[in-house]
Design a protein around this ligand. Structure first.
Ligand code: WT7
Length: 631
């Protein structure tokens, strides 16, 4: 393992080198991996197309780097430490050797069922080791995995399967989450009614729920595994071959299949993992995210395994059986590095210290947050009550599209500042631009956050829609990748992310498209038009506020609200349900018909005084009505 950056001066040197000679910089990092063939060219890029290629001509397999490469030195070391949802259920440790052989076996199952390099395979699974195994098995045979978070609805699942024309779906009979069972196979059955491309559905037994199996299509994991051995040579992949697709919400109702490629993603997730968390040999690392999100892909599975770490996986939720669960797990497993979301911190803070105090958290060395801006209060609580004032907190800013952490302090190595993601990692060249796309130079400034230069783990396209990729990320500002976030840069050049400046809402750290929720609500026969905005929510960061115009005055508003939210649950998932629904007779629109969301956001925030300029509105009277009936 290469040495981590160990002090601020070294960071500055690394950073300077990564900017003055990016190709040499990344080439040195690439040399630490196992390649089947060396690359011809480190980087070629053109943001106008956009086309980005790293390590072209190189050949490798990422699982050889996650697994085989470690067998000699750390075959017996725990690779994945899995903690069950139920506190009394036995946890599971998989050594690198065991993980290697389970991945090879399942890769053979996939092959036996017709999977080939380049196929898209959908995973809709609970947080059990088999999810990580299935992810790696896909990568081993060169199939492109598309993990769909197990909280999504049947409709969301089928949309994602169809968008990528997946031929195999891997799911489970059910998933345990807190006191509930998610009926994953039933939901999959519903989804598969409209997914003609699915030929096989491989079902893992987890909850032993009663499910139906369609003969010819549905097969049991445990039966298939009996038919194979653990000998599965790697599929040799080009550096730029796609590794996975992961869907994220956008400004239209249709989610975007963000596509990542192999070598650059590998190099960057390993490098960022080690340096941000200051991972040291033997550390126990726990990221509480779900593998259904990018955080789980990059910092539960790939980054840690590439670095030869012990990565923990938790099946359950922070509140089950009570709000002390995280801290109990930290104590029992002597966790050294703990990475979670601000929404979880706020929710646990709200439950009080009685759930924290009983536990010995002295094993902790580094704390991290991701997914949304962390507010000052939550930062201090995390620092004091969890870190005992002596664990650096890394506030890691990044996105599904960036593949890895982009702006963050390096734990204990570079300075931290509450609510600031702080400085870019080596190789990352952020900038702020004004509305016209002019770069805002200097410090103590605010603008839209862009990237001026490619980095290895950046998304390469939106699956099947390169035009949308270009329009969404590379057209707003010439020759720059636009993040969709606003940010400020303080007097020391440190970044603070202020939030989305587009139509994406971050709710409990989940990225939701307002258009996606609106189109779900619009399906109701009595709903004429809707507008979704966010409003500050003490736990979730943002809550969902819906303004709804009905065709006919609702007889029973509460019943209608429930029906509307049921549609959201069905079409998007329960995380997208509206916290507040306000029935209105009209929406504030410009003369060109654009909804003035700025005004709706203000009202949702409870600020009805400072609505700004409303003179361009088609019908200013509607604002008065909305104000007077606001919730
Ligand atoms: C959006 C990306 C990155 C994995 C999880 C979310 C927001 C993310 C931070 C942070 C402030 C943050 C941004 C970003 N975000 N991390 N540390 N501080 N905001 O991935 O679902 O693709 O969402 O999450 O708004 O654009 P995602």
């Amino acid at each position: 393992m290469e040495r981590n950056i160990s002090n601020f001066d070294e960071y500055k040197k690394e950073y300077a080198k990564s900017i003055s000679n990016p190709e040499q910089f990344w080439e040195e990092k690439a040399a630490n991996f196992t390649w089947k063939k060396k690359w011809d060219k480190v980087l070629s890029w053109d943001f106008t197309k956009p086309e980005i290629k790293w390590f072209e001509g190189g050949e490798l397999n990422i699982t050889e780097n996650c697994l085989d490469r470690h067998l000699e030195k750390r075959g017996e070391q725990t690779a994945i430490k899995w903690i069950a949802n139920k506190p009394n259920e036995q946890s599971r440790n998989l050594s690198y050797k065991e993980l290697h052989s389970e991945v090879c076996e399942f890769a053979n199952v996939l092959k036996n069922n017709g999977a080939k390099k380049g196929d898209r395979i959908c995973l809709y699974m609970p947080m059990v080791p088999e999810l990580a195994i299935a992810v790696l098995a896909c990568a081993r045979i060169g199939a492109i995995h598309s993990v769909v978070f197990a909280g999504f609805s049947a409709k969301s699942l089928s949309d994602r399967i169809n968008d990528a024309t997946c031929n195999i779906l891997i799911t489970a009979d059910g998933g345990f989450r807190g006191a509930k069972i998610t009926p994953l196979k039933d939901i999959s059955d519903e989804a598969m009614k409209s997914t003609p491309s699915i030929e096989k559905c491989i079902v893992l037994e987890r909850t032993k729920s009663r499910i139906s199996m369609q003969s010819g299509r549905d097969i049991w994991w445990k039966e298939e595994i009996k038919k194979v051995n653990a000998d599965c040579p790697i599929e040799i992949m080009d550096a730029e071959d796609p590794l996975f697709i992961l869907y994220t919400s956008g400004s239209t109702g249709k989610p975007k299949g963000i596509q990542h490629s192999t070598a650059g993603y590998m190099i960057y997730t390993e490098y960022s993992f080690r340096n941000v968390f200051q991972y040291n040999e033997g550390d126990i690392y726990w990221c509480t995210a779900d593998i259904g999100w990018i955080t789980g892909h990059s910092y539960i599975v790939y980054g840690p395994l590439l670095a030869g770490a012990t990565t923990m996986m938790f099946e359950g939720v922070p509140s089950y059986p009570n709000a002390g669960r995280f801290w109990k797990i930290v104590e029992e497993n002597k966790v050294n590095i703990f990475y979670t979301a601000p929404t979880a911190i706020r929710a646990l803070e709200a439950k009080g210290l009685d759930f924290v105090k009983p536990y010995d958290l002295s094993s902790l060395k580094v704390l991290g947050t991701v997914g949304e801006p962390i507010n000052e209060d939550a930062w201090h609580w995390y620092d004091k009550e969890i870190g005992n004032g002596n664990c650096p907190i890394v506030d890691t800013w990044w996105q599904t599209e960036t593949g890895g952490i982009m702006i963050s302090n390096l734990a204990g190595v570079t300075p931290s500042k509450p609510t600031f993601a702080t400085l870019p990692l080596p190789g990352i060249q952020p900038c702020l631009v004004d509305e016209k796309g002019e770069e805002i130079k200097g410090n103590s400034v605010e603008g839209r956050l862009c990237m001026k230069f490619p980095w290895p783990s950046m998304a390469r396209t939106i699956y099947g829609d390169h035009k949308r990729f270009k329009e969404t990320y590379f057209s707003t500002f010439k020759n720059k990748y636009f993040t969709g976030d606003g940010a400020l840069r303080d007097e020391n050049g440190m970044y603070r992310i202020t939030g989305r400046v587009d139509d994406v809402l971050i709710v409990s750290g989940h990225n939701l498209g307002t258009a996606e929720i609106e189109s779900a609500m619009d399906e109701h026969e009595n709903v004429c038009e809707t507008a979704i905005v966010g409003f500050p929510h003490p736990i979730k960061g943002n809550g969902v506020y819906a303004y709804v115009i009905c065709h006919n005055t609702p007889k029973n508003e509460d019943a209608l609200k429930k029906e509307i939210n049921d549609l959201v649950t069905k079409n998007v998932g329960p995380i997208a349900k509206a916290d507040k629904i306000q029935f209105v007779s009209g929406l504030p629109k410009t003369r060109s018909g654009k909804i003035m969301r700025r005004i709706l956001r203000k009202i949702a925030e409870g600020d009805t005084q400072n609505l700004g300029d409303t003179s361009t509105l088609l019908d200013p009277a509607v604002v008065e009505e909305i104000k007077s009936s606001a919730q």
